[in-house]
Design a protein around this ligand. Structure first.
Ligand code: SF4
Length: 259
């Protein structure tokens, strides 16, 4: 956003605005210093559509972990074609993945929480760090109601884990119904897995469909307890995840690109 803005002044600028207006305001302030982290889930395709409405040069980046669903790649391609956006794709470090798979095998993330976080660190967290380098601000599709780890989410946060850049969550207040109403009203391309029982979509081996009545995040790392269900993209500098009641702004690592 050009000069470094404090969170309070940005909050004042976007207070009471609808998500599209927040996106428009952010683009007008930061131009190419702002990018959307896109995992091609429902919230993210809504934000791609909004970005495309307010600028001819939207910046959208994605983390290709190497373990995504085929349906996610199909969605990426449909979004790319629909909006004509050159996606900024980040792969994990090749040597780190080679070492991980040689030493730990191909499903190390099932062995323990630490092993799972180590995989996310290589495939998501480190690439995200590269994606955010040089940005003034980033946009995510996080919503408050998604999980206990996001219940204290603010629309504007300072991302201390990534050099203190701003992190904007324009859909923080939105419900799932609002997201889907937008998708259908505007004919936004979306991941077909959402129609197959996947409200939340990440890497293929770490995501399953949920059963009726289950929490929307129940299909992510289903072998772990709810308070651990973040991949490290939205974990604070101290390594903790945001939990219900936690002071706002204190847990703002990152996530959304496959969070
Ligand atoms: Fe690895 Fe699973 Fe994390 Fe993807 S979600 S980076 S496969 S542990």
């Amino acid at each position: 956003m050009g000069e470094r803005l404090d969170v309070e002044s940005v909050e004042g600028a976007v207070a009471g605005r609808e998500p599209l207006d927040i996106v428009r305001w952010a683009v007008s302030r930061s131009g190419e210093g702002l990018a959307l982290a896109c995992s091609f889930g429902a919230e993210d395709v809504v934000l791609v559509d909004m970005l495309a409405r307010v600028t001819d040069t939207p910046r959208v980046f994605a983390l290709d972990t190497g373990r995504l669903h085929e349906a996610t790649y199909e969605t990426m391609e449909r979004v790319r074609e629909r909006y004509g956006i050159a996606m900024e794709v980040y792969f994990p470090d090749r040597e780190a993945v080679e070492r991980l798979e040689r030493e730990q095998g191909f499903f190390s993330f099932r062995q323990s929480l630490e092993a799972r976080r180590a995989c996310c660190q290589i495939r998501k967290v480190e690439p995200l760090r590269r994606a955010l380098a040089g940005l003034d601000a980033w946009v995510t599709g996080l919503r408050r109601e998604q999980s206990v780890t996001r219940a204290a989410l603010a629309v504007v946060e300072r991302d201390e884990a990534h050099g203190g850049i701003l992190k904007l969550n324009p859909l923080a207040d939105w419900s799932s119904d609002q997201v889907w109403e937008y998708i259908h009203r505007h004919g936004v391309p979306y991941n077909r897995l959402h129609d197959e029982g996947y409200p939340s979509i990440g890497c293929e081996p770490c995501t399953r469909a949920i059963r009726p009545g289950e929490h929307p995040r129940a299909g992510r790392w289903w072998w772990e307890s709810p308070e651990h269900k973040e991949c490290g993209l939205h974990v604070g500098p101290d390594g903790t995840v945001r939990v219900l009641g936690q002071a706002r702004g204190s847990g703002t690592g990152a996530e959304a690109a496959h969070g």
